[in-house]
Design a binder for this molecule. Structure first.
Ligand SMILES: [Zn+2]
Ligand SMILES: [Zn+2]
Length: 342
């Protein structure tokens, strides 16, 4: 099991985050934001495999590349496309879907489910290709607790959490992807017990098999639950957070730090240098130093800076990395931005 990821787009450009959870049995690709050129940086097959498109908010630099994503997926036959975002998500996506003259759509497969993450509930609406996306099918909303991270999706392999951040006139949703704890066989213990590895081990690690079942080890029947106690070691799952376009308020900083506590990788905006802190505050953005402090206080494993302003020179971008590293050492730019490494 693992989470792999790539920041799409370069410095000063629109950025997005492509992440794939690999359970060993299946891949779960996700895309966080879809700015100009971001979906176009994925192979078509990668774009068509994305199960969940998670928007932080709908400022143009986070949705300008949506048409490319939509073009590759509008009539996806095998599974619905889930879209997540803040208030107005259903309205914004409805208009995007309807922003074309549709023909040849009747009888085509394709279902889109748009989820709107609000303070106390998550609204949902479905749209269908065969209807040319003309009808909005409202679904039952789910309740959630105010000011707390919401688990918006959970299955056996991973979960996605969402937190509503402050970005001035619009909320911005921060996301955290958390892999479930892994269940590995302790091979040293297996050898100590003199057991021969075999297909029976698959039943021991498969969570769908109940403890009361038995398997043949050699020629002896053994209870699965007993074998688990002897042989399974648990490995903590990986975690990856994506936060962009926000300012921390005194009211929510502690909650955000608690939410991110111990996250392996934090991919975070660093729009401004700290010298421009007043500008950052006015535009409800973070600075290099503020992001470094967040990473330090949340004790994350590493910090990756993205969404840096094009107002700065290359030399200043390098200084921005230095500024963040002065607070939190394990900070870097995304892979592929090597030109800017120092
Ligand atoms: Zn932005
Ligand atoms: Zn924004």
């Amino acid at each position: 099991m693992s989470i792999s990821f790539k920041v799409l787009g370069g410095p000063g450009e629109d950025n997005a985050l492509h992440a794939v959870v690999d359970t060993g049995q299946s891949l779960h690709p996700l895309l966080f934001d879809c700015g100009e050129g971001c979906a176009a940086r994925l192979r078509v097959s990668e774009c068509q495999a994305i199960q969940h498109l998670c928007f932080s908010h709908f400022h143009m630099d986070h949705i300008a590349g949506f048409d490319t994503f939509f073009r590759h997926n509008f009539n996806r036959p095998d599974q619905p496309v889930h879209v997540w975002g803040p208030e107005q998500s259903i309205d914004v996506l409805y208009h995007r879907f309807r922003g074309f003259s549709w023909n040849l759509h009747e009888g085509q497969q394709g279902e889109w489910r748009v989820h709107e993450i609000l303070e106390t509930r998550i609204k949902e609406a479905a749209f269908f290709t065969t209807e040319a996306f003309a009808q909005l099918h409202e679904r039952q909303a789910k309740e959630r607790t105010r000011c707390q991270p919401a688990v918006i999706l959970a299955d056996a392999a991973f979960r996605i959490e969402a937190f509503i951040l402050n970005h001035g006139t619009t909320p911005s949703i921060g996301y955290r992807l958390v892999e479930s704890d892994g269940r590995n066989i302790d091979t040293t213990r297996l050898a100590e017990l003199g057991m021969q590895p075999g297909r029976w081990l698959g039943k021991v690690t498969d969570t769908a098999v109940p403890d009361r079942d038995s398997v043949l080890v050699g020629n002896a029947p053994r209870r699965v639950g007993d074998l688990r106690k002897q042989l399974i070691v648990s490995r903590p799952g990986a975690s990856l957070a994506y936060l962009t376009d926000f300012a921390l308020t005194d009211h929510d900083r502690d909650n955000v730090v608690q939410w991110l506590k111990g996250t392996d990788t934090l991919v975070c905006e660093a729009q401004y240098r700290h010298d421009d802190a007043s500008l950052a505050a006015r535009n409800h953005h973070m600075t290099t130093r503020l992001v470094g402090e967040l990473a330090r206080d949340a004790e994350v494993g590493e910090l990756i800076l993205q969404h840096i302003s094009r107002r700065y020179t290359t030399a200043e971008w390098r200084e921005m990395l230095t500024e963040a590293r002065a607070i939190f050492t394990n900070t870097r730019f995304p892979d592929g931005w090597d030109f800017f490494s120092v």
